[in-house]
Write a protein that binds this ligand. Structure first.
Ligand code: HEM
Length: 499
């Protein structure tokens, strides 16, 4: 068995010492010395890293079924009741939930049903900025974006807003943050087999605390919904507009369902969807806005497009999306340089031969989309933020202009590819262009230093730091704090933001 090239490993820890806090950066650096397919041993865990579109295609398409599973960890198993969908191996349970996600939970009917809610949440979000703008106060955009995406997904799942002022909503938001954080942290016990039962870093205690908070909250929500359903049934009330919880409870109560769902499955699914949906969408808008603040010329072109398509008399809405190609291109360019999930992460279920090398079963695979997105072999001027490269009218770079977002072009996989690709792509691509368009249509953004952070001054304006923060996803290191300055007349903003 010839493994792919590999640096020298140390006893016990293998290559762990080569990893810095931003793992996709470390993988790029190692790959630049050892080639596009490398093998690493992280403690006792085998890992391969691929860093070209050709390898991405070979591994994720040609050998799709081999790499159809995902990594597990002590935190993931406990916090997802060992019943996760996003971390499940490819099998009957995963297929069953995939079907429900595609056709019901995140299907067209559900997306249309929740369109008015997304609109209302967006207007509420703009309202926060509008009221701050009236008194010239700054807003932490990072936190507001997380509230927005959290509210949208909470409404779809539980018909509740997570940022209403009662205690439960705050717990829900804190738990999501804690879960995403702990999933992305490095737990020695997951990598060094003989440390499996030792808890050096106090991980287990933290996991149990999060578990108890989360489990208590969900138990309460599920029980009260079950009681409401019982009451409605006995009063023969038909409830048409179902949310995720109703759909999942229907499946749980269906004795003929292909798979008998349990309460734990439902709780695990909530965690999967909350954590997968919240950070990713919020991070995308923040990077896009940060790039636009750094590049006023791009911002100006975007505003010209909005002005032409939407005008000044109303706020951008989802039905405008198809007519906003430049906004769509800005989002693609944001995904190229700042993919919220920087690496497609899978696990092999059997041995497999790639380019003459053997990749053993149970190896973790990371396809480094972040480094492919910045590789001059695949992109002209890769370090520049140039949305034009994705415009259909761009004849100079006809390769990039035809690249779509749905996993067919292996140099650009922000939502992954194939069966395990992101089921939330339609929801994300409905709400992201409108949110970004409305933010830059309604306001100018005057950057303010977050406490302890120095801002650089570029060509007459602030230049934001584009460093990343370590974790499962790749957000900006510092929160984005700005004073919003209204751009639309008050007779347009007043009624919209009054809700
Ligand atoms: C900008 C927004 C988003 C980005 C960039 C993103 C990206 C991704 C990526 C890269 C994957 C792994 C794909 C693969 O292995 O091939 C994934 C999986 C997943 N995403 Fe998203 N996502 C986003 C939004 C959402 C939303 C809004 C939801 C749900 C409402 C969601 C739910 C999921 C789930 C459940 C999985 C696991 C699927 C499986 O394992 O089969 N995502 N996402």
């Amino acid at each position: 068995h010839q493994l792919p090239p590999s640096p020298m490993a140390l006893p016990i820890i293998g290559h762990l010492h080569l990893l810095g806090p931003l793992i996709h950066h470390s993988f790029r650096d190692i790959s630049s010395r050892y080639g596009p397919l490398i093998y690493l041993r992280l403690g006792s865990v085998s890992v391969v890293v691929a860093s070209t579109p050709e390898l991405a295609k070979e591994l994720l398409k040609t050998h799709e079924l081999t790499f159809s599973s995902r990594k597990h960890s002590i935190a993931i198993d406990r916090l997802t009741y060992n019943s996760s969908f996003a971390f499940a191996s490819y099998g009957p349970y995963w297929k069953f939930i995939k079907k429900i996600s595609t056709f019901e939970l995140l299907g067209n009917r559900m997306l249309n049903q929740f369109l008015p809610i997304r609109k209302q949440e967006l207007h509420h979000f703009l309202g926060v900025f509008y009221s701050k703008s009236k008194v010239g106060e700054s807003v932490n955009i990072t936190q507001e974006l997380i509230k927005l995406s959290n509210n949208i997904i909470s409404q779809m799942m539980l018909s509740m807003r997570s940022s209403d002022t009662n205690g439960e909503s705050e717990i829900a938001r804190t738990v999501v943050r804690e879960v995403t954080q702990i999933f992305g942290e490095f737990n020695v016990s997951d990598f060094i087999w003989f440390c499996k039962n030792i808890d050096f870093q106090g991980f287990r205690k933290r996991i149990e605390d999060i578990y108890n908070k989360y489990d208590g909250l969900l138990e309460k929500l599920i029980t009260s919904r079950e009681q409401l359903r019982k009451k409605n049934r006995s009063n023969e009330v038909v409830h048409e507009a179902k949310d995720f919880l109703d759909i999942m409870l229907d499946v749980m109560e269906d004795k003929n369902a292909e798979i008998r769902l349990t309460r734990n499955h439902i709780k695990a699914l909530f965690l999967d969807f909350f954590t997968a949906a919240t950070d990713t969408t919020a991070i995308t808008i923040e990077w896009a806005l940060a790039e636009l603040i750094n590049q006023p010329k791009v911002l100006e072109i975007a505003r010209e497009e909005i002005n032409k398509v939407v005008g000044n008399g109303r706020i951008a809405q989802e039905s405008d999306n198809p007519n906003l190609p430049y906004i769509q291109a800005i989002l693609k360019e944001t995904f190229r340089l700042h993919p919220p999930i920087p690496m497609v992460a899978r696990k092999s279920i059997q041995d497999c031969k790639i380019n003459g090398y053997t990749i053993p079963a149970n190896t973790l695979l990371f396809v480094n989309m972040w480094s492919i997105g910045r590789d001059p072999k695949y992109w002209k001027n890769p370090s520049l933020f140039q949305p034009e490269r994705f415009l259909k009218s761009n004849i100079e770079d006809d390769l990039s202009s035809s690249i779509d977002i749905r996993g067919q072009h292996f140099q650009f996989l922000p939502f992954g590819t194939g069966r395990r690709s992101c089921p939330g792509i339609s929801l994300a691509m409905q709400s992201l262009p409108t949110t970004l368009a409305a933010m830059i249509q309604c306001f100018d953004w005057k950057v303010v230093n977050p406490p302890g952070v120095e801002l650089n001054i570029g060509d007459h304006h602030h230049v934001l730091d584009m460093t990343e923060r370590p974790g499962l996803t790749a957000p900006r290191i510092h929160d984005l704090v700005c004073i919003p300055v209204p751009r639309l007349p008050s007779d347009v903003l007043d009624p919209v933001c009054a809700n």
